[in-house]
Design a protein around this ligand. Sequence first.
Ligand SMILES: Cc1cc2nc3c(=O)[nH]c(=O)nc-3n(C[C@H](O)[C@H](O)[C@H](O)COP(=O)(O)O)c2cc1C
Length: 371
Amino acid sequence: MAERPVLRTELCARLGIEYPICLAGMGGKADPTPPKLVAAVSNAGGLGVMGGTGFSPEEIRVRINQIRALTDKPFGVDLLLPVSMAEVGDSRPEIREQLAREYPRHVEFVQSLAREFNLPQVTASDDTVLSPAVIREQVKVVLEEKVPVFAAALGDPSWMVPDAKAAGITVMGMVGAVRHARRQIEAGVDIVVAQGYEAGGHTGRAANFPLIPQVVDAIAPAPVVAAGGIADGRGVAAALALGAAGVWVGTAFLASEETGIVDLHQQQILDGSTQDFIVTRAYTGKTARDYKNVVIQAWENSDLEPLPMPLQQVLMEDFVEAASQVGRHELVNNPAGQIGGMLTERKPAAVIMDELIQGAVEVIKGFRSVI
Ligand SMILES: Cc1cc2nc3c(=O)[nH]c(=O)nc-3n(C[C@H](O)[C@H](O)[C@H](O)COP(=O)(O)O)c2cc1C
């Protein structure tokens, strides 16, 4: 049997994994990171991370158990803990009433979009709203299940870090700016994931080349994991060269056979060029990088500002649900990063992992000929 390549950093020891490569926790009902993808990455020596946002606390528990049935290796769960959220009720009907009362023009605009695209009248069925109360319940499941790694997306995890530590959970915090990295360390997180502008999904304004080394310097000796625009061994090696201890890979795994995203979304990634993946607040209220579409364009052409999270999400949910039900997946938000321009082939996750690892080893060995 061929020997397994060696690519080890401090992150491997910290997380108990063989290779410093994490599957980015990608949330949403489209199910970008189902248990079989999480387990495939962990079984290949990386850290599989499940995106839990979009699922009820009970669903999250079921999925954690499904992952445990598929792998005995470490894995993680990622949840959105927004720093700033509009004050809203905890149920959809309450938020809908608030929207009708306070933002009638926004409601009318979305209804006119639904008419324009001939969408049926649909009311999103699921009761899970991204409210502070629901987020607390989701986190409770992660703590009770003693998931090996918890990743906090966007926000401030300080309120849950002591409980996570007590449960033996390693906490990772996502940031897009140096000052947020310092804040995450003050909040007690163990590892910071620095995510650049080029990334898919919610994203900040700083690109990875300036961001990563500054975050590395700002929080040394705490390890930094680089996220955004990494889809082959060159990206992995570049991240390590910038001082990162590992990588957090999203879009490249949306080209895997195991992801749950719809075929059209995957095809957009395989066919799209870098310029097709643009930043918008149209679907969630926070800046996110999605595949371009006519709905994003319509919001841009309107005189309306998207609302803060979670109001914008609830405002758009019935539209998104209606479009999904009739298979108009080109009208919904399909998040993916600029590196989608480089991806052309659907592959098993284990092959993607092998290529990331082997490619990085070759680049790093090649550097020896430079000096
Ligand atoms: C479909 C999709 C959903 C995402 N959902 C989340 C999420 O729920 N939580 C999170 O921390 N990051 C989320 N992200 C961001 C990823 O975790 C990761 O930082 C990003 O994909 C890295 O950039 P890349 O796509 O260029 O690899 C999402 C990204 C995508 C593409």
